[in-house]
Write a protein that binds this ligand. Structure first.
Ligand code: TRP
Length: 375
């Protein structure tokens, strides 16, 4: 099964990748995530979590409720956590790095403001960890061009770039992402659904590496089989009821001030029915604002909608503005303080990079030993 020249291997891996996004597989992953949560509550020591973000813009409240809050919760439960600022992924689908320095520091300010704690969580950047990047070389030998081209997330990203041709990095970045996960031997990766094909690719790479090079010690694979952890949090949509995305201008950033937040919410899309109800199916825009209020206040969406009653879009917007601004006020205050001290943010990054390098160097040493390349 380990020989890539056997077409059936590549084919079955391609099926794995396609299968990882099927409904049945998604339900299995969701069910497994619930089990893993229970395991974390019992004993967090069996897990090493790794996840990350592309520094392409400021983090927004959709990121917060969808994934960032979850990371803090897992960190606070006692799980060792690695958070990657994925700077090399910025250039998968764009020309140049843009204002990367500012974005990396801004992301660091967001991370620390929401409660990621650098004394417990390692925060680092791709470009600062050579051993991580070197893993890409042996890993690329374990995948075929055909299976890379089938990755549904890469396909969607290519389509989103319009007429751009596929770059070598866009095609292969899921393998680089396997290196992100495996350089620290993470076994748990909190991600959204769109990342599941990359998780499957990571497991394929880990398995094939051990099939080829781990035979000397088959009971102790070099790499773990990493699992996805899907969050139960509802998706927060943008202020127009579609996916929250900077390019659509429908985003409330974590670091925005209260007035800007109020102005943006004033322009949010609602509908013509003055009676507010929570009905995500038929009233996605109104229901999204109700849900956002619920997330910020801990109240139930249906109860919030009833309390607004015939107050209409105006009543709803007033409530959601107060809720968002109140919830994020302490985070924003901390963020402003942190943003005013770039030297500190850079120190945290350098410390994280140094730790990531220690971990990555140890993994690369094992990889080279397994490949008989220690000279
Ligand atoms: N691709 C992820 C995203 O766009 C970011 C990322 C990079 C990541 N490396 C990772 C996520 C490793 C999980 C694990 O959101």
């Amino acid at each position: 099964m380990s020989d890539l020249t056997t077409p059936s291997v590549a084919d079955s891996a391609g099926d794995d990748l396609a299968a990882s996004t099927s409904d049945a597989s998604l339900r299995r992953t969701e069910a497994r995530s619930i089990e893993i949560e229970a395991q974390i509550a019992r004993d967090p020591s069996g897990f090493r979590v790794m996840t990350g973000d592309r520094p392409t813009g400021n983090l927004h409240i959709g990121h917060y409720f969808g994934s960032l809050a979850n990371r803090v919760r897992i960190q606070d439960a006692g799980v060792e956590t690695f958070i990657l600022i994925a700077d090399y992924q910025v250039i998968t689908d764009r020309d140049g790095t843009g204002p990367i320095h500012e974005r990396v520091l801004s992301m660091m300010a967001d991370y620390l403001a929401i409660g990621l704690d650098p004394s417990r969580t390692t925060i680092y950047a791709h470009s600062a960890v050579p051993a991580l990047n070197q893993l890409l070389l042996p890993f690329l030998s374990l995948v075929t061009d055909a299976e890379l081209r089938r990755n549904p997330t890469v396909k969607a990203e290519l389509e989103a770039t319009g007429d751009r041709p596929m770059s070598g990095l866009l095609l292969t970045y899921p393998v680089h992402q396997a290196a992100d996960i495996l350089f620290c031997k993470a076994n748990l990766v909190p991600v959204g659904k769109d990342q599941l094909p990359h998780l499957e690719q990571t497991r394929v790479v880990a398995r094939r590496f051990d099939e080829r090079y781990g035979r000397a010690n088959p009971d102790r694979p070099v790499f773990p089989q990493a699992e996805a952890l899907l969050s139960k949090a509802p998706v927060v949509l943008g202020l127009d009821g579609t996916k929250m995305s900077k390019s659509k201008g429908n985003v409330i950033e974590i670091g925005m001030d209260a007035d800007t937040t109020a102005k943006l919410i004033k322009k949010a899309v609602t509908d013509s029915d003055r009676h507010i109800s929570y009905d995500p199916e038929n009233r996605p825009e109104v229901s999204n604002l109700v849900m956002l209020t619920a997330l910020c206040t801990g109240r139930e969406p249906v109860e919030i909608a009833e309390s607004i009653g015939d107050g209409g879009g105006g009543g709803l917007k007033k409530l959601v503005t107060e809720a968002v601004n109140e919830f994020f006020a302490p985070i924003r205050a901390r963020r402003a303080e942190l943003a005013g001290d770039p030297g500190y943010l850079m120190d945290v990054l350098r410390t994280g990079n140094a730790h990531a390098n220690e971990v990555g160097d140890a993994t690369l040493a094992e990889v080279r030993a397994a490949m008989n390349m220690v000279y």
